[in-house]
Design a protein around this ligand. Sequence first.
Ligand code: HEC
Ligand code: HEC
Length: 433
Amino acid sequence: MGSFNKAEQKAPVLFLIITVVVTAVATMATVTFAMGDKPPATASKVSLSPMSAAEPTQPQVKTFAKVANPEIPPLAPLGPPPIPADNPMSDAKVALGKLLYFDPRLGGDASISCATCHEPEQGWSFAEGISRGYPGTVHWRGSQPVLNSAYYNKLFAAGSTPSLESQAPSAARGGVAGNGENDIMEARLRLIPDYVNRFNDVFGEPWPTINNAWKAIAAFERTLVQRDTPLDKYLLGDKTALDDQQLRGKTLYEGKARCILCHNGAFTTNEKYYNIGVPRATRWEEDGLAQVTFRFEQYAKGATEEMYRNIKDDAGLYYRNKNKWSMGKFRVPSLRYTKYTAPFMRQGQFYTLEEVIDFYDRGGFDEEGRTTSFPETKTPLVQKLGLSDEEKEDLLTFIEALSGDEILMDKPKLPPYKPLFTRAELQAAQAAK
Ligand code: HEC
Ligand code: HEC
């Protein structure tokens, strides 16, 4: 929006009216692009956050398949991920980041590493609906794949973190994730001679610091990308990369099945937030420990006392802007690599891609007819699709073409602590007494 304000200031007076109109329309489009659905006229706007100023336009549902719509970028081959200027890549940094990613000493009780909840063999995520937590806890959301996460502008299911550099510490320190204390994690790194050398080599500083550890992990994560899927090959000109069934699936994806409305562009996400109708996780009804974390998260995210006591579902984007219109909205995830990342949705509500397709086909209901806990904010973009069994099958084979071969990695051998003194030194010291 800032750029439009600038344009307005510079516009000659004669064109002011035109500019204002164009600006208004374009601003609305920009905001739509950033947020998601337009609130109804009756929606509550009691928020102090700048996000609540959103007045997006109505989605152009009817025309999306026929005309080029600038709000719906077409599917495209995936390029390399962006590299931030303040954390350039180097082989030595990536090698260090890999060790740290697998090293449980970057966590509270040195028992779980990033890889514990983001296992290469589990699609670089954790194959349960709700992720395991720090020992003695369970998490409250499903672990998302770290693979390809370098492409997101906003990380986590509600987009609460803007970069991998700032994501890593919240993972390693979060109460139900790593639960680590910065000072202790840093002290551990400093007592591992191999790390001291590597940090020195990579960052040119005498001692490892915790912030540099997050930078190295982020650099490693930026190498975990998949850009050679059948779809990428097809879009780059290899017309044999998709078979007829997958091509029929692609046509459905871009048309009748509506997936392209949100899962669009090279990374198959517009990164906006929607309530698509996913029902609440049943685990919270049965598992006391999961219920404890769920209540803790309400408190930690500043929900009202009323919500803390009574809410029964993850309110998603609401926790970030405290705007009722954001209840139950979540970031659109990429569909790349989903062949390996079951279960699906923020708490793994669906186990298979077949179930997901059935859910969309019913217009956002599971097989028992359950839907979102926040029906007021459910998006009009998800509607009954009327897909035949054959069409569902075609769509499924196309979704699978958004994943290439599985990317696996062996756990590296981790460098040991330096002994504070050797046995010989100890004996010498005792003899000298
Ligand atoms: C105890 C399990 C656990 C541990 C340990 C853990 N994570 Fe996660 N991670 C999760 C869960 C659960 C989520 C989803 C949270 C959410 O959406 O609110 C997540 C989300 C992420 C994401 C966001 C992906 C996306 O699509 O937005 C990244 C990146 C990530 N973790 C990296 C890491 C790194 C790096 C570490 C180690 C420093 C780590 N995680 C440690 C469970 C864990
Ligand atoms: C209105 C926007 C929208 C449309 C249209 C849409 N999706 Fe989604 N999709 C989302 C959002 C938002 C989520 C995450 C919801 C959550 O976690 O609760 C999601 C999640 C998914 C997931 C789970 C991914 C994961 O890693 O957990 C799959 C698979 C998926 N969608 C496939 C599809 C398919 C196939 C279509 C077309 C039939 C489609 N989507 C149409 C917005 C949309």
